[in-house]
Structures are given as C-alpha cells and as structure tokens.
Design a protein around this ligand. Structure first.
Ligand SMILES: *[C@@H]1O[C@H](CO)[C@@H](O)[C@H](O)[C@H]1NC(C)=O
Ligand SMILES: *[C@@H]1O[C@H](CO)[C@@H](O)[C@H](O)[C@H]1NC(C)=O
Ligand SMILES: *[C@@H]1O[C@H](CO)[C@@H](O)[C@H](O)[C@H]1NC(C)=O
Ligand SMILES: *[C@@H]1O[C@H](CO)[C@@H](O)[C@H](O)[C@H]1NC(C)=O
Length: 548
C-alpha cells in the first residue's frame, strides 16, 4: 500500500481502527450504527436525550472516555433536539436524517479505503491523500464530498480522539462544545449556527453530493527552492515595478455572494475555523457554518505560520443566513449554483489568511507591514504563475548582486512600464544564466494569458483582520491591493461592509491609479506613512494623509 505513510500520519486522529492493512469499525460500533440506521423503531433513538446515550455508547466502543463528555454536552443535545427544534422537524430528523447519517458513518472505513486507492492517481504523481498537512509542508488533500460528510458525522457524534492534537497544533473538531454552549450559556446565534450544520446533514441525507473539495497548504519558502514561491523581504516590495491591479469597491455586497469565479478571502484565525465550533460567530465562523465542508480542514491542518495560507477549493454552500455576530440567523436552504470544474470541485475558492491579532501601533512597524503583506501574498499567489513570481523574485536578487551602473537598464530607469527579467528555462535558456533581459508588462500579461486559462480569477475581500482582530482598515486595504497585484491577479473586489473609515476608498484608489503607481511606489508610500505614524508625527488615516 503506497499510501501507508499518509494514513499513518492521520490515523491517530481518526476514530477507526487499523488492522492488517484495512480499516474497520469495531463490531460494537457496527452494531450500534446498524441499529441506528434502521430508524427509531429499531434503535429507539428518537430524542436528543437518547441520542446522547448512543453517542456515549459509540465513544465507549472505540475506547474514548465518556468522562470527557460533560453534563452540559448531554444537556445541549437534549435542549437542541427536544426543545428548540419543532416536533415536526425533530421527528423528521430522527426518522430520516439520523438513520442515513448512521449508514454513512458505517461506511467510513470503506470510503477511506477507496479514497486512498485513488489518491495518488488523481493529479499525476501529486500526493492528494488525507494526511496531516504539517507546518512548512506545502501540499494538497482531495476529499470527496461524501467522505467529508462521513467525517463531519464523526464530529457530530464526537468520535474524534484528542490524541496529541494539541502538540500538533490541531484544533478541536468534535461538535461537543458547540452543543454544550447552548446549554451552559444560551445565545440565539449559537443555536442558529447549529441549525446550519443540522441543515447540512439533512441535505446530505436527502441527496448525497458527489463532487470533491481540495484543501491546500500554501507556503512561501524562506530559501530559494525550485518550483516554490519565495518569501519576499521589504526591499523586494519597495522595488517592485509590477502594475497595480484593477480595484473595485462594493459597499453592500458580501464576499460569499459574488457570482464571478474568484478567490474569496476567509478572515481566518491561525487555527483554521477559529471559533466556529466554539462561540465564534464572525466572518470566518459564519463561512464555516454555511459551507460546513470547510470544517473538515480542521481535522488535518495544523495552525498557520506567518508564511503560510490555506486554500480550499470546492466547498459547497448549503445555508442562507442573515445578520452577523449576535444577530446571525439561519434563514433556510441555499442551492449552490456555482459550476463545477473538471475534478468535480465547485468553483468556489476560499483562502484562509490570518491577520495579526490586536496589533495596535505595532501594525505600523516595518516587520508587521511585511508580515501582513506577505501573508496576503501567500494566500493570493497562484501556483500556475509560479514561474512569473520566480522571475520577479530573481530579478531583485540579481539587481542586488550587481553594482548599480551595471543594472541601470534593468529596472527603474526604463520607466514604470518595464520589468527586468533574467531569461529562464521557459525561454530555452539555463535557469542559472544570469543574463538579464528587459521585458515589459504587456509581455508578461501575454504570457499569463497564454499559459493560464483561469487568469480571470481575482480576489474578493474586505476588512481583513479589522473586526475582532482590531487592525487598521485603511492599511489592510492597501496591503491586500499590493499583495493581489504582486500575485498578478486581474482585480481585487473590496467589500467595505459599510466601514466608516473607508468612505474615501474610491477616491483614494482612483487617485493612485491615475498616478500610475507601481506596487513599489505604493509600498513606499505606505511605509513612509507608517513610519510617521509610529513616530507620532501624525494620527490621521492613510487615506487622508495621502490625498492632497
Ligand atoms: C471530542 O469530544 C470530546 C468530548 O467532548 C472532547 O473532549 C475532545 O476534545 C473532542 N476531540 C476533538 C478532536 O475535538
Ligand atoms: C455567555 O455568552 C455571551 C454572548 O455570547 C458572552 O458575552 C458571555 O461572556 C458568555 N458568558 C460566559 C459565562 O461564558
Ligand atoms: C437569503 O435570505 C435573504 C433574507 O431572508 C433573502 O432575501 C434571499 O433571497 C435569500 N437568498 C436565497 C438564495 O435564498
Ligand atoms: C512590449 O511587448 C510587446 C509584446 O511583446 C511588444 O509588442 C512591444 O513592442 C514591447 N514594448 C517595448 C517598449 O518593448
């Protein structure tokens, strides 16, 4: 079995047991799930209270201590299914949804077997099997929506062990705390988060989606590694002659409602999902409730470092909602009509990037500007343009190695429309040859068009790291614009959510575009502003400071 290594990394975190190369449920689990799957007449599981007993039972059978299931967890399941849910809905849940979830869970071992059998042939030679995608390890995992459904059913039944998760920087993934929280400290938004998840399970049981979802860990390498994108330094940003991409503003739109295919930003916690399975209910947590397949990533993606981001492609949306934070409410079914790509992934790309938490004045320090810009760049880069990034990166390194007159013709002097670039193997020359040629931006853009049919994928974002994390929205707007431009994205669509400090956003971005600034120009302005701000010379926002 070639996938043994993959399986070995994730096995301690799965509830199934491995014996003689095959996965299976212990017989007691098979028995309990079999009975559950035949409906409440057989199982007598027709209330939250009894359901909880079944859960304890299952946990016992796989050797998980039931002591960890506190009274509030029991009370939480009972409260939700026996009091908060209407009689009619509850009857439907126990007679239809729960039995089919039990049947799905019964099939988890065989779904995993099938998964690993196909994992290495999915994209020529690239590992895609379920495994812990550990720190500083770029990689991708492809999961069928059905397998995700089975994994999330494990979460619902609280079957994931805690083995070493803390040491591996992996978050909680069982739903126990979610249910406990409505009992120990009821709030309506928390009830509605659970409603979204229950709705997702009901949808699964009425019609199993057959697509798949990929989870990718993106890493900016600190060293120059072939085929990887490097972690830029401040000098790189300061000298970049890349043109700023198109900037569009939406004052009332929501990131998840955009119909064009784009990369949608998840204002993430470094532990992906943040407080989704606890009390959190802001941008990231809401996204995880309406597209619950995202939660599966919490099983195997340890927390992100500064040079890491996570991109999830294909998660389907199941629920509609209104409100935000304490006013968050589930308002019914959502039929996701996004088209599907050739691998069966819905064309919804979500990128999780975690901003600095509570940075206050620190956010104006050069190292913090760099951290945030690189974090966004890590999220926004597109592996298929990797050659272009390397070219852009190498020309910087090349310029630094040479005395200035030797590189005169290479950078600034030729005007903002010129990009210096060493010839690369793509052009038929050796990678190592330090011959530099000038190519202009329309040339680069032509190359992108030719090689990259998905070049129209821009960034849809908003006030990243500005809510609970307390960042400066004006700063974050510019940082994300820089990152999107340097990643050669065609546009950035910025949803302001009515943020007051961004009233001048259109005026400012128009002004900047009018002056034909490059990424480097804008970076330098932002740095200048930040240094004055740090020294206490000014206390106005960047927009006011910049405009004449
Ligand atoms: C699973 O549920 C138990 C019981 O609530 C909890 O103690 C444990 O931390 C959970 N494990 C994971 C991985 O979430
Ligand atoms: C109860 O929930 C509210 C709102 O979610 C929160 O502000 C409060 O701190 C919580 N109290 C406790 C004791 O957890
Ligand atoms: C979602 O809910 C809102 C508010 O109830 C409603 O206006 C909208 O039409 C709904 N959207 C879908 C796709 O059901
Ligand atoms: C820029 O590149 C385009 C396409 O490759 C070419 O037609 C044009 O002449 C170039 N312009 C300059 C100033 O080199």
């Amino acid at each position: 079995m070639e996938h043994r290594e993959d399986l070995k990394s994730i096995l301690p975190f799965l509830p199934a047991v491995l014996r003689s190369c095959s996965l299976f449920w212990p017989s007691q689990v098979v028995e309990t799930l079999g009975t559950l799957s035949r409906g409440p007449e057989h199982s007598r599981v027709d209330s939250g209270e009894v359901l909880f007993l079944a859960i304890s039972n299952l946990r016992d059978s796989i050797g998980l201590s039931s002591e960890l299931l506190t009274d509030s967890v029991a009370e939480g399941y009972a409260l939700f299914f026996d009091e908060l849910m209407s009689r009619v809905e509850s009857r439907k849940w126990f007679s239809e949804a729960l039995p089919s979830l039990a049947a799905l869970l019964l099939r988890l071992p065989s779904l995993l077997e099938i998964h690993y059998q196909n994992a290495d042939n999915l994209i020529g030679g690239v590992k895609t099997g379920l495994r812990v995608l550990g720190p500083q390890e770029a990689g991708i995992v492809f999961l069928s929506q059905e397998l995700i459904g089975a994994l999330l059913t494990c979460s619902f039944f609280c079957l994931f062990p805690i083995t070493n998760r803390g040491a591996e920087d992996l978050p909680t993934v069982n739903f126990s705390q979610l249910f406990a929280s409505i009992y120990s400290n009821y709030s309506e938004n928390q009830e509605h988060k659970i409603k979204c998840l229950i709705h997702y399970f009901e949808r699964l049981s009425s019609c199993m989606p057959m697509g798949c979802v990929s989870f990718e860990r993106k890493v900016l390498s600190s060293k120059h590694v072939p085929l990887s994108v490097s972690y830029p330094n401040t000098d790189f940003w300061s000298k970049s002659v890349v043109r700023l991409c198109h900037f569009e503003v939406s004052h009332s739109g929501l990131i998840e409602d955009q119909l064009c295919e784009s990369l949608e930003v998840d204002f993430a916690n470094k532990y992906i999902g943040g407080g989704a399975l606890h009390r959190g209910c802001v941008q990231e947590e809401i996204r995880f409730m309406i597209n619950p397949e995202l939660i599966a990533g919490m099983l195997f993606l340890p927390s992100m470092a500064d040079n890491e981001a996570i991109e999830i492609f294909g998660a389907e949306r199941f629920s509609n909602y209104t409100g935000y934070a304490s006013s968050f409410r589930f308002v019914g079914d959502y039929v996701d009509e996004k088209p599907v790509d050739f691998m069966g992934r819905r064309k919804t790309r979500i990128v999780a990037i975690d901003a600095l938490c509570n940075p206050r004045m620190r956010q104006y320090k050069p190292e913090c500007l760099l951290r945030e810009t690189n974090k966004a760049f890590c999220g926004f880069y597109d592996q298929s343009k990797q050659q272009l990034y390397q070219d852009a990166f190498r020309v910087e390194a090349f310029c630094e190695d040479k005395p200035s007159q030797e590189i005169e013709g290479l950078s600034g002097r030729a005007g903002s429309d010129q990009i210096g670039k060493p010839l690369s193997s793509a052009e038929g020359l050796n990678d190592g040859e330090s011959i530099a040629v000038l190519i202009n931006k329309s040339h680069i853009e032509q190359r992108i068009q030719a090689k990259e049919p998905q070049n129209d994928i821009g960034i849809v974002t908003g006030n990243w790291g500005c809510g609970a994390f307390g960042g400066d929205p004006e700063l974050k707007t510019i940082i994300q614009w820089l990152a999107a431009s340097q990643a050669f994205r065609p546009f950035i669509l910025y949803c302001t959510f009515g943020e007051k400090t961004l009233q001048k956003i259109e005026q400012v971005t128009r002004w900047i575009v009018l002056h034909e600034w490059t990424v480097g120009d804008l970076w330098n302005m932002l740095s200048e502003y930040s240094s004055q701000r740090l020294k206490g010379k000014i206390d106005t926002g960047f927009f006011t400071w910049l405009l004449p």
